[in-house]
Design a protein around this ligand. Structure first.
Ligand code: HEC
Ligand code: HEC
Ligand code: HEC
Ligand code: HEC
Ligand code: HEC
Ligand code: HEC
Ligand code: HEC
Ligand code: HEC
Ligand code: HEC
Length: 409
């Protein structure tokens, strides 16, 4: 009997002799899940989290030895500390180059406060986001903490109506995010788009404070943040009169903005009732802000329309077989200038936007002048061609007449 157990044990523990585990003899399900995990890869056995005596596999009581640190039931409030025994230990984590602040940061999060201080055990703990016996590297596409899977992992709770209602939160973030330019980008593997954790920090999870928002968004939209800081709105947000980026873009429902946002009000009164942010005319009425907003709206739209019309004209010319590379290069420069003017508009500085839009118009003009010149030259060639052709015909006719006359005489 003893021999049979030993054989069994050898059968599955041979690959990880460094952490012989008799626990798996009785706990097959956990053994199988654990075998695939990053912890098994690092040769960590069951006792790393549970304690006990892994050399005992015949007697539950011997294996579950309290003297050997066995903790028979891990409550949700204990688990962060258990994970922290290694993940907050600089010495133990050094060989693996992993962060050691996860537990400390977690404690300061709304999740950590709820679980550890308020005894509200249904807020997130480590295992909700990483798994328990099947913890994987966060870079592993199967991990619930892998970027692309994060919205679903958070959404399992933040999309749960009963749970959110019990905590006075609503279920909007996951759906609004999924429909946003960021959420769609994440699902389509657009590089660099944020998941929930990029704005909230996975372990710090709490809403960014009002003055942190520009920094959160500005981590990626760097140029826009710099220009925003120069605007009258930066001062206004400092004074508490408005928020930062999310005032105009919303936080989760961020979407492609269009030039109409400058000079058409959103029409829903408070401006951000639909979560997509306020528009200029929601706040500015009969003041300098309104003038500037209307100027920007008209200026940007005009530049864009000119650029589109010119692009159609140059495309048509190229389709007739004309050389159009110079004109296309000028239009590409105009397009880049227009794209650059959008972040610039966040400074709400009329002179700079006028300068930019003037350059767009003059590059469009350059392309159209080039086109006019080519078409004129082509026409001249045609006229010259037919004139020259007519002349040659005339001479030939005259010569023939002359020859016939000579022969006739
Ligand atoms: C001889 C069989 C046997 C061995 C060996 C054994 N266990 Fe158990 N274990 C059991 C049984 C049976 C239960 C369920 C009954 C109970 O709750 O006590 C259990 C329950 C548990 C529980 C759940 C306790 C709870 O209340 O949620 C944990 C955790 C656990 N074992 C861990 C271990 C670890 C770690 C080892 C190795 C150090 C180990 N076991 C070795 C038989 C075993
Ligand atoms: C990374 C830490 C960790 C490791 C390693 C680990 N466990 Fe667990 N285990 C937990 C946690 C946390 C729970 C509590 C899960 C819960 O209640 O949701 C748990 C629960 C259990 C339970 C109770 C039943 C259950 O699934 O909830 C058993 C039995 C168990 N573990 C056995 C094992 C065995 C056997 C091994 C080794 C093959 C092992 N564990 C390795 C963290 C770990
Ligand atoms: C006994 C020490 C120990 C305990 C306890 C422990 N871990 Fe680990 N964990 C490690 C080590 C060591 C690694 C690094 C393995 C490697 O990179 O090869 C690791 C890796 C990880 C990773 C992968 C990080 C990455 O992306 O590379 C995650 C996630 C993780 N652990 C979560 C947990 C959770 C959650 C718990 C508690 C349920 C826990 N760990 C408990 C030692 C431990
Ligand atoms: C709300 C979900 C959530 C909770 C709770 C959570 N994590 Fe994480 N964790 C993540 C995500 C997402 C990542 C990867 C992205 C990142 O690092 O921001 C991550 C990354 C990690 C890493 C890899 C860090 C590195 O250096 O690459 C470790 C280790 C880890 N978590 C351990 C823990 C431990 C231990 C706890 C509990 C104290 C915990 N996590 C709680 C979601 C969570
Ligand atoms: C296991 C369920 C669960 C998971 C998974 C979870 N959360 Fe939470 N979260 C909660 C609960 C419950 C609260 C409310 C805590 C409280 O009462 O303070 C909360 C609070 C928050 C808050 C603070 C809200 C506020 O205004 O107080 C933020 C932000 C947050 N979570 C973000 C996240 C993110 C991001 C993720 C994924 C990386 C995530 N959560 C995963 C349950 C969860
Ligand atoms: C682009 C950045 C960004 C992303 C991505 C993001 N959030 Fe938020 N989130 C914010 C900001 C900013 C706030 C603060 C809003 C405020 O102060 O009014 C917030 C607030 C919250 C809150 C607080 C309650 C509320 O409704 O205001 C929760 C919960 C939350 N987010 C969860 C999530 C979840 C879950 C995801 C992923 C599905 C996510 N967030 C993705 C920026 C983001
Ligand atoms: C006062 C309102 C307002 C504020 C505050 C604001 N934006 Fe904008 N933002 C706009 C408008 C209006 C547009 C539309 C211009 C366009 O794209 O046609 C826009 C466009 C954008 C775009 C699209 C740019 C592109 O390339 O098409 C991004 C990205 C952006 N904003 C990010 C931010 C960030 C980050 C912040 C905070 C630092 C911020 N915005 C603050 C009004 C605002
Ligand atoms: C982790 C980097 C990152 C963070 C953080 C981030 N964004 Fe973005 N954002 C992107 C990327 C990348 C795109 C382009 C997505 C695409 O085109 O599919 C984008 C697109 C946008 C757009 C639409 C641009 C367009 O082409 O019309 C706006 C507006 C925007 N973000 C505003 C914000 C705001 C406001 C915040 C903060 C609440 C924020 N972003 C946070 C990376 C980020
Ligand atoms: C959420 C409300 C809000 C929105 C939306 C908003 N602003 Fe403002 N704006 C303010 C506040 C508050 C001030 C500072 C107080 C003041 O000067 O009126 C300000 C100041 C200004 C100023 C300086 C006014 C002066 O007298 O010099 C201009 C110009 C301006 N905004 C243009 C815009 C434009 C353009 C947009 C749209 C892209 C916009 N604002 C969107 C609230 C807003």
């Amino acid at each position: 009997m003893r021999g049979a157990w030993a054989l069994l044990l050898l059968g599955f523990s041979a690959p990880s002799l460094a952490s012989p585990s008799g626990c798996g003899v009785c706990h097959g399900e956990q053994r199988v899940e654990h075998a695939e995990s990053i912890h098994a890869e690092a040769d960590l056995g069951c006792v790393g989290c549970h304690g006990g005596d892994p050399t005992q596999f015949e007697s539950k009581d011997a294996a579950h030895s309290v003297d050997r640190g066995f903790r028979d039931h891990l409550s949700r409030a204990d688990i962060p500390e258990v994970c922290g025994t290694c993940h907050a230990d600089v010495q133990r984590m050094r060989p693996f180059a992993l962060r050691t602040d996860v537990l400390a940061v977690y404690r300061t999060s709304h999740h950590g406060e709820a679980v550890l201080e308020k005894g509200r055990l249904d807020a997130a703990i480590c295992t909700d986001c990483h798994g328990t016996h099947d913890v994987l590297r966060t870079q592993d596409a199967r991990s619930p903490a892998y970027r692309v899977n994060v919205p679903a992992t958070c959404g399992a709770c933040h999309g749960n109506g009963d749970l959110m209602a019990a905590h006075d939160l609503d279920t909007a973030p996951p759906t609004e995010f999924a429909e946003s330019v960021h959420g769609r980008g994440l699902a389509e593997a657009v590089p660099g788009v944020p998941s929930c954790a990029d704005c909230h920090d996975a372990h710090a999870a709490s809403p960014p404070g009002a003055d942190e928002v520009a920094d959160v968004c500005g981590n990626c939209h760097v140029e826009t943040r710099e220009r925003f800081r120069e605007s009258p709105h930066a001062a206004a947000s400092q004074a508490g009169a408005m928020e930062q980026c999310i005032t105009c873009h919303g936080n989760h429902a961020v979407n492609h903005a269009d030039f109409d946002r400058f000079d058409t009000p959103s029409g829903d009164g408070d401006g951000d009732g639909d979560g997509t942010g306020a528009r200029c005319l929601d706040c500015h009425d009969g003041d300098r802000g309104e003038d500037v907003a209307r100027q920007f709206g008209a200026g940007f739209r005009q530049a864009q329309e000119l650029l589109q019309a010119a692009t159609r004209a140059i495309d048509a010319m190229a389709a007739e077989g004309f050389y159009a590379d110079d004109e296309r290069a000028a239009l590409a420069r105009a397009e880049r200038e227009l794209v650059r003017a959008v972040p610039l508009s966040h400074a709400v500085d009329v002179a700079r936007i006028e300068g930019s839009l003037r350059r767009v118009r003059s590059l469009v003009d350059e392309a159209l002048l080039g086109r006019a010149k080519r078409l004129r030259e082509a026409r001249d060639r045609r006229i010259f061609g037919s004139l020259a052709g007519g002349l040659l015909l005339g001479i030939a006719w005259f010569m023939a007449l002359w020859r016939r006359k000579e022969r006739g005489q």
